[in-house]
Design a protein around this ligand. Sequence first.
Ligand SMILES: *Cc1c(COP(=O)(O)O)cnc(C)c1O
Length: 452
Amino acid sequence: MIPYKILLNEHEMPKQWYNIQADLPNPLKPALNPQTHKPLTPDDLSAIFPMPLIMQEVSTERWIDIPEEILEIQKLWRPSSVHRAYNLEKVLGTPARIYYKNEGVSPAGSHKPNTAVAQAYYNKVSGIKRLATETGAGQWGSALSLACSSFGIECTVYMVKVSYHQKPYRRSLMEAWGANVIPSPSDQTNSGRAVLESNPESMGSLGLAISEAVEDAANREDTNYSLGSVLNHVLLHQTIIGLESKAQMEKVNEYPDVIIASCGGGSNFGGLAFPFLYDKIHGKDIQIIAVEPSACPTLTRGPCTYDYGDTAKLTPLVMMYTLGHDFEPPGIHAGGLRYHGESPLVSQLVKDKLVEARSVGQLGVFEAALTFTRSEGILPAPEAAHAIRTAIDIAQECKESGEEKTILFNLSGHGHFDLSAYDDYLAGKLDDYEYPEDAITRSLENLPKIDL
Ligand SMILES: *Cc1c(COP(=O)(O)O)cnc(C)c1O
């Protein structure tokens, strides 16, 4: 019998990351300098990123060695287990076999430390003393705070003001790891002060918090910027998820027919899916699904075009699916899935039809989350529950058709800091929300005009 938990030993941890840029059928379009609109050079990035990460960002080498110092820290929780969801299968009465990779076991509670530790390491060896970043729901800020404390560097986190007040315990966690947490908009940066002047009551947005952190890093010699998703090097570091999962599935002679992960900026999705996409690009028949909220439908309703990564237009222009850089997502509870853009790598793969995108509503997501909690025991992060919703949908289709599909999804994090969202759901206070078409059209009117 296949065990409930498929485990790897520490010596079986992957020693290299997989870089999908080596295998893309159509290469990425270059990122552009936000002022000149000319292709970005490594120099453009060196004010805020260390050179090893800039080189990884543009590398087309298929395999990139993972430094031993990174693996040593990640052994605190890695390799993470793959679970066979026997109890969920039983509740659903499905002939499908459901597996999930549990990334909620890291100290910060999500997959995000996989890249945070790598980024802190490369900054440390490049002589950087302090990192600035933003956080929405607090997952990324926690991950980077943990990573910085592991390597003895300072960490400043601009936290979207609405979350700063709604999620005080995420802030406590960051402070426990020694980080300095500032509500955004703040009076510490030009971008923040400009917003406060026009709207003192502003509750902030992820795009604005990014502007503040980038400005902070650009203005200080000892400080770099760090981003938790979207960028190529972030998705590269996350491929440890899929590489481990592949080895774990092999151990029990299984190979997934369907791979599912939630998609905000694309990092947990890319992390799980890219090592399997290698096989798909080389002819294997697998269905690979990225799931997003219907309230922030970047991949399913946005165009794929050049756009800025932030509100103040400080970041490079990248080719991606986007809802427009000044899109303001509604306050749904999956805070990690509220970004207006999407990873260029995931965007290219969706455009090339190697990846399928779906959107799901909030109520169905929480219903699936509780079905999972009441069968498998783990309370998932609302973000992760988007993948659970889709896995359950496919398992139910299998029940009707009698197909015995093998499904693998990413449990990207636990929901212990999201209990107020569960409270609201259980009290019947949540709604489904479809982003209105005219609001999307309006925000797309401000897309930069680039001659392609
Ligand atoms: C941040 C986060 C996400 C979304 O970010 P991606 O970069 O798309 O993975 C998903 N799940 C959890 C638990 C997160 O913390």
